[in-house]
Design a binder for this molecule. Structure first.
Ligand SMILES: NC(=O)c1ccc[n+]([C@@H]2O[C@H](COP(=O)([O-])OP(=O)(O)OC[C@H]3O[C@@H](n4cnc5c(N)ncnc54)[C@H](O)[C@@H]3O)[C@@H](O)[C@H]2O)c1
Length: 277
């Protein structure tokens, strides 16, 4: 639902606020954009896929402004922040969300050449991208006392949900959240959301020949490993991004990561079916 469609009633939780979301054209990022707009925000997006960028403009009109570019490039972040400020005049929440996956590529089977190529592609997207974005957004966030929000993953907390590259990259994002929360307090709050398995088009890597993979086609029987018993949809996580963007609900939170993973913390040591016997 867009803000234009929002029925008359109490004001949206983000009325008058402006956010910028990377990778806002698909999956979790798109769900956050849709929810932010429904809550009254104006939203800038940095997205590499021109078709997804066009869909955002078609669906949200001038409530959203989209820069087509790559999060691995500093100038793309500068352009998306400038575009958002030109369109909406301020920035309250920056959501570093764009990412790619390694499809659990075997560490041992990669030679040094493939490992280096895959590292460059994945870490530049999943770690350098959020760093460059946060850096570009900071001057505007300082003017509003705004907030930084990072999409982590259950792979930032646990092993086994990806390969070495992806799991290490998401652990690095948690390090980034903690250090930035420390450095930027008390003016800027810095937090993360750690989704578990989510039905999205999450792509792999050119360097490993998996760029065309889509996660939603491969989640298979993973639900039986999740205590709540289902694989999530992207909009199952969107409310947490609203909470972290709204200082009325989260003004005492910084350096935290909110899991949204069906209960991976309480999986226990045996498969649930076995434990229940
Ligand atoms: N799907 C899951 O199960 C899951 C679980 C935990 C965390 N995550 C994380 O959620 C985030 C979003 O992924 P998703 O699952 O929604 O996937 P998705 O592919 O549906 O969405 C990611 C978006 O980011 C864009 N993007 C990718 N690389 C980019 C780049 N270099 N520059 C600009 N845009 C780029 C893509 O075009 C896409 O629109 C990622 O950080 C991912 O690691 C996903």
């Amino acid at each position: 639902m867009t803000a234009q469609q929002r029925p008359a009633g109490p004001p949206g939780r983000l009325d008058g606020r402006v956010a910028l979301v990377t990778g806002g054209g698909s999956g979790i990022g798109r769900a956050v954009v849709d929810r932010y707009v429904a809550e009254g925000a104006r939203v800038g997006v940095l997205e590499r896929d021109a078709g997804r960028a066009a869909a955002l403009t078609r669906d949200h009109g001038d409530l959203v402004t989209v820069e087509v570019g790559d999060v691995r490039a500093a100038d793309a972040h500068a352009a998306s922040v400038a575009r958002t400020l030109d369109a909406f005049g301020r920035l309250d929440a920056y959501v570093a969300n764009a990412g790619v996956y390694d499809y659990a590529a075997s560490f041992e089977d990669m030679d040094g050449f493939r490992l280096t190529g895959a590292f460059d592609e994945l870490f530049r997207t999943n770690v350098l991208g959020p760093m460059l974005g946060a850096h570009a957004a900071l001057p505007a966030l300082r003017l509003t006392g705004g907030t930084l929000i990072f999409t982590v993953s259950s792979s930032g907390l646990y092993a086994g949900g990806g390969g070495t590259l992806y799991v290490a990259s998401k652990h690095a994002v948690i390090g980034l959240i903690r250090q930035l929360a420390h450095e930027l307090a008390p003016e800027i709050r810095v937090n993360g959301v750690a989704p578990g398995a989510t039905r999205t088009a999450l792509a792999g890597l050119d360097a490993l020949g998996s760029a065309g993979h889509r996660l939603d086609e491969r989640l298979g029987r993973i639900a039986r490993h999740i205590p709540l018993g289902f694989v999530s949809d992207a909009d199952d996580h969107a409310g947490l991004y609203v909470l972290l963007a709204d200082p009325r609900d989260s003004r005492f939170m910084t350096g935290t990561v909110l899991p949204s993973d069906g209960g991976l913390e309480v999986r226990g040591g045996r498969p649930r079916t076995e434990a229940a016997r």
